[in-house]
Design a protein around this ligand. Structure first.
Ligand code: ADP
Ligand code: MG
Length: 281
């Protein structure tokens, strides 16, 4: 099979190029031919592509343009769009799976910013303190904040121009979460992440990972979430609530090196297998 890997041309760190190399190797090992190109190249030469696309990018506009040409994308533009934006993820999953109460913030314009911040106090009244403030488009825990008191919440909001969600802080899960990687509707690998020094469990900011066998309930939630969002593959983050798991967020382009180091399960192989199955090869 001829396959195309689309990546973001503006991301240059080895953290990303390593993932691309793994994906390419997984396909080539199975006898497929995989060409890698960037969203910058495709912005100008979309019509050159006719093969199925492993779309390892968040350029939703490009993804929609390629789909409009009849191309099959793994993941689809809709799945990427809903996962990339934490407010849309919440709206898609609310009342279907347990999630911490989440309030999408009112939208402002980038050239204006949050010039009124009374609504932040309302969020605090509804969620209690501390509560979590997340930029809708963040990754690696880097745009997730804990507001311990009203003045801190105000200053977090005043100092950004990004779309935000406010979320109830799940204190029992402080510094701890479960990552489950799902491919083709099935949970494939899981790890528990723990950070003693920070409320965010992400490995990038110091979380330590350990092998974890998810419960049937956790597996069901992770698989159902991917089904609702239409993900061919994804990484589901679960918080550990006092009365069961809660969906924290969902990643359409979940990095898989850490989970490999932790479990020896290569998600790139699973993705290759899944695409073969979908393309009937
Ligand atoms: N509502 C919450 N309550 C407690 N901890 C949370 C909450 N939301 C996020 N966290 C912690 O912060 C980490 C990063 O948040 P997440 O929503 O997964 O953003 P990112 O996309 O940056 O990984 C989570 O892995 C979890 O450890
Ligand atoms: Mg996360």
């Amino acid at each position: 099979m001829q396959c195309r890997l689309v990546v973001n041309g503006f991301l240059s760190s080895s953290k990303f190029s390593e993932i691309y190399a793994w994906l390419k190797a997984a396909f080539e090992k199975r006898g497929h031919d995989m060409t890698v190109c960037t969203n910058i190249e495709l912005a100008f030469e979309k019509t050159a592509v006719t093969e199925p696309i492993l779309f390892w990018d968040k350029d939703v506009t490009l993804a929609k343009g390629l789909e409009a040409m009849g191309l099959r994308l793994f993941n689809s533009s809709r799945a990427i769009e809903y996962c990339d934006n934490k407010a849309l993820t919440y709206i898609a999953l609310k009342d279907k799976v347990p999630m911490p109460t989440t309030i999408p913030a009112p939208m402002t314009y980038r050239n204006i910013g949050y010039t009124h911040t009374e609504f932040v106090k309302k969020a605090g009244d509804l969620l209690g303190y501390p509560f979590v403030i997340k930029e809708c488009f963040g990754s690696f825990g880097q745009q997730v904040y804990l507001a311990k008191e009203p003045s801190q919440a105000m200053s977090i909001v005043k100092n950004t121009r990004e779309p935000l969600v406010f979320q109830k802080f799940i204190a029992e899960s402080q510094g701890k979460d479960i990552r489950i990687n799902v491919v083709g509707g099935k949970a494939q690998a899981a790890m528990l992440r723990r950070n003693e020094k920070d409320f965010r469990a992400n490995i990038t900011i110091g979380g330590k990972m350990e092998k974890y066998t998810p419960s049937a309930e956790e597996i069901n939630i992770a698989e159902y979430v991917c089904d609702i969002l239409g993900l061919d593959f994804g990484g589901v983050d679960l918080l550990i609530g006092s009365s069961g798991p809660l969906v924290c967020e969902v990643n359409s382009n979940a990095h898989f090196k850490n989970i490999y180091d932790c479990t020896n399960i290569n998600i790139a192989d699973k993705i290759a297998e899944h695409i073969e199955k979908c393309m009937d090869i």
